[in-house]
Design a protein around this ligand. Sequence first.
Ligand code: GAP
Length: 446
Amino acid sequence: MANQPDVMDKLVSLCKRRGFIFQSSEIYGGTGSVWDYGPLGVELKRNIKDRWWNAMVRARDDIEGLDAAILMHPRTWEASGHVAGFVDPLVDCKTCKGRFRADKLEDARCPQKPSKQPGHHDACQLTEARNFNLMFKTYMGALEESASIVYLRPETAQGIFVNFLNVQQSMRQKVPFGIAQIGKAFRNEITPGNFIFRTREFEQMEMQFFVEPGTDMEWFEQWKQVRMEWHLALGLSAERLRFHQHGAGELAHYARAAFDVTFDFGGTLGFQEIEGVHNRGDFDLTQHQQFSSKKLEYYDQLNNKRYVPYVIETSVGADRVTLAALVNAYREESVEGEDEGRVVLGLHPSLAPIKAAIFPLTKKDGQPDMAHQIVEDLRGLFTVDYDESGSIGKRYRRQDEVGTPFCITVDGLSTGDDTVTVRERDSLAQDRVSTSQLKGYLAQRL
Ligand code: GAP
C-alpha cells in the first residue's frame, strides 16, 4: 500500500517544461521508453553519479574504478546465463495486437477495455506464452551473419567479472576488495514505463566486492547497511525507504541471498526496487573460468591458499535514483501573504542542478553589471544562473521549481555597500551578505 500521493504526471510535465527530461526523438513521435536528459536533468543525474563514485571509489582504498566496454565477447553472455535465462514470458493478443508479460497480466490493462486485464474481455485472443530474451542483438563487422552477433550489455556487472584479475593484479589489491563502474545497460523490456522508472536504455552503478568464501554473509549484511545509508544521505526520506528480502522463488539464478532497497514512488506504483544487494557466491567467476578456460582464482599469499572469491554485489540504477530524488523532492505549498502557491523541488543541495541564481532587482543603476560580476566570481565553484526577466517573485518561483537552494539579489543598496540578499529555498529566510564573503557563505551551506 502506498502512503504517498501520485506526483508522476506533474513531474513528467515539469521535467519537460524546465529542461530536465525529454522523450527521445520526440519530433518523430518518440522512441518507446527511451528518454533524453536535458540541461538540468543531466546535472542532476551527474550529481547522483558523482555522489556514488565519491562514496564507493574515491573515499575508499578497497574499491577500484573501471569503465568496461558495452560490447563484450558473446561467450560472456553464455557464461553469465543471459543467453539461456534472461527471458520474460510473453503473450500477444491477436485482436488488439497488444503484447504483455504472461506473469504480470494482472498488472496490465486490456487496450480495448481498460477496466479489464488482458484475456478477460470477450474479444481478447491471447496466444500461448513464449519466452522472449531481453538482450538487444546487433552485428559486429560488415557481415550480418550469426557468427558476428554481439549483444548490448544488459548489466554492467559482467565487465567487472571478466576484469577481476586484471584489476586485482595491476592494482595489487588483496581480497576483500571491490571493483565499481557506472555505465549504460540495455534491456528490451516488454512492459517498460512509469517515465524513467523502467526504460530500455538506462545507467547502472554497480560494485562487485570480492570476499573469501565463508565471510560472504557478514559482508552482505555490511553492504546492505552501507547502501541504505547512502540513499538516506541523498535526502531520500526514511519513511519512503524500505528493504525487501527476496524469497526462495524470487532469487535470480546467480543469487544466494538478495535484498532490494525499495522506495515509495507514491500512487499505485508504491514501493519499488531502486537497488539490489546480492550475494552472488562464486557463480560468475566459476562460470567465466569454465567458458574461457582461464583460471580466475585469487592467491592468498599470507595463508598460501588459492580460491575463487565470492561476490557481494550492489547494483543501483542511476535513472531510478534520479526519479526517486525528483519524486521525493516535489512539493506544492502556499506562501504566507501571497495568493499564488509555489512548486518546490526540495532537492538535497548537493543534487540541485543550479546551486545559486543571481538576479539584479532592476535593470538600472549598474545592478545587472554587479550581478554579472557575481556570476563570474561564483562560476567554476558552483553551477549558477543569471536571470533578469520578470518580477522578482516570478524569478524566485522559477528557481524553486527546479530546486535551486539559493537566490542572490543585487538591489539598490548593493552597489553602494557591496552586500546582497541571499534567500534560502526551503525556509525562505533572507540574509544580507557581503559579496566578499559570498563564496564562503555558499560553500558552508552547500
Ligand atoms: N547486476 C545485477 C542487476 O543488474 P537488476 O536488479 O536487474 O540487477 C539492478 O538491476 C538495478 O538496475 C535495479 O535496481 C534498477 O535500479 C536498475 N534497472 C534495472 N532494469 C532497469 C530498467 N529497465 N530501467 C531502469 N533501471 C533499471
